[in-house]
Design a protein around this ligand. Structure first.
Ligand code: ATP
Length: 334
């Protein structure tokens, strides 16, 4: 388990703060996303996890072990059990696929037969057995990332850190790499931490996520809950404008999995059943893992609030009332 409490990091050269008040827990077997815009501090937080960079305050424990307290030799041993992959693959261009994957085991002086067995097994796992003797320059981006994944798994790590590992890939290749990571996670129970700015990566592959804004956690929790809640931090990340909500009545946000055409009828049916016509303020349907999730906002007057919310609750729709003040208005009120 990775447990982070009140972590704070300052860049020592200019004294600027990059991470502050970070509290989160990544359980064994999670596929956890650290998501946020460029400069939010995602990569820095990821690098704190494997001790590539340190932090001044708070605690970051991996399986109970405080990373910043590890001495050089202990840190090397610790990193053996934490694999990492990057956006630019970081393969050695002059070496073959086989040699690239074999490298970490050679550095740790494993026996030749053991290296051979492991490299072949991993290349099979990532679907690259037929490219064993190819050089990286003759591989596509997706194939290079498969080789990098195989290399990251040579030491049977308990954790795999992925720093924008799909950012340089087209959407189809991104999906195939995410599916591979999901397959490896399901087979081995490895914990995967994914740094990304792509919400589609989070939607497809991750069970939990943390949205970072300016070095702080804006929202954190299960991906499903985040999509149902649609916090403003998610809207900002998706580049959506803050919704201007009516000041009268109650603005109710409804999230549900779309299971076919009859769901499109929800509002028509609700309106007929309750004999009440209400405005739909916003509506979108987004892909969510292997389903589609519909997110709608309706405005309901005082008189019909109980009837509408009872109706939604009885039918197991996720709903909640939105605050009708914008960020600026809330700040103005202070
Ligand atoms: N060595 C450093 N010294 C000072 N500031 C740094 C250093 N490395 C990174 N930064 C700054 O720290 C902030 C967070 O950087 P970080 O790379 O963690 O962000 P990120 O969310 O991963 O962004 P991106 O998606 O662009 O990689 C940025 O403002 C960056 O300019």
């Amino acid at each position: 388990m990775i447990e982070i409490n009140n972590l704070k990091k300052i860049w020592e050269d200019d004294g600027s703060s990059v991470l502050e008040g970070i509290n989160l827990k990544i359980e064994d077997g999670d596929i956890y996303a650290l998501v946020g815009r460029s400069g939010a501090g995602k990569s820095t937080l990821l690098r704190c996890i494997n001790g590539l960079t340190s932090y001044q305050e708070g605690s970051l424990k991996v399986d109970g072990c405080e990373v910043k307290d590890l001495k050089e030799k202990e840190l090397r041993e610790f990193r053996r059990h934490v694999g990492m992959i990057f956006q630019q693959f970081s393969l050695l261009e002059r070496q073959t696929v086989y040699q690239n994957v074999a490298l970490p085991m050679q550095c740790w002086k494993y026996k030749k037969e053991e290296i051979d067995r492991k490299v072949r097994e991993l290349l099979e796992l990532v679907g690259m057995s037929d490219k064993m003797n190819a050089k990286p320059r003759n591989l596509s981006g997706g194939q290079k990332q498969r080789v990098a994944i195989a290399r990251a798994l040579t030491m049977d790590p308990k954790i795999l850190l992925c720093d924008e590992a799909t950012s340089a890939l087209d959407p189809k290749t991104t999906n195939s790499i995410l599916e591979l990571l999901m397959e490896i996670n399901a087979k081995t129970g490895i914990t995967v931490v994914i740094v990304t700015h792509q919400m589609e990566v989070v939607r497809k592959a991750c069970n939990k996520a943390c949205i970072l804004e300016g070095g702080r956690i804006a929202d954190e929790g299960s991906v499903r809950e985040i999509f149902i809640k649609q916090p403003q931090s998610l809207r900002r990340l998706l580049g959506e404008e803050e919704m201007k909500l009516p000041k009268t009545g109650h603005n109710i946000q409804i999230a549900h999995l779309v299971n076919g055409l009859e769901d499109g009828e929800l509002f028509g049916k609700m309106s007929r059943d309750l004999d009440y016509v209400f405005p739909i303020l916003d509506g979108k349907i987004m892909e969510y893992q292997n389903d589609h999730m519909g997110i709608f906002v309706i405005n309901v007057d005082d008189e019909h609030l109980d009837a509408v919310t009872d109706y939604l609750t009885q039918r197991d729709f996720n709903w909640h009332e939105l605050e009708n003040l914008s960020k600026e208005e809330k700040e103005g009120e202070k």
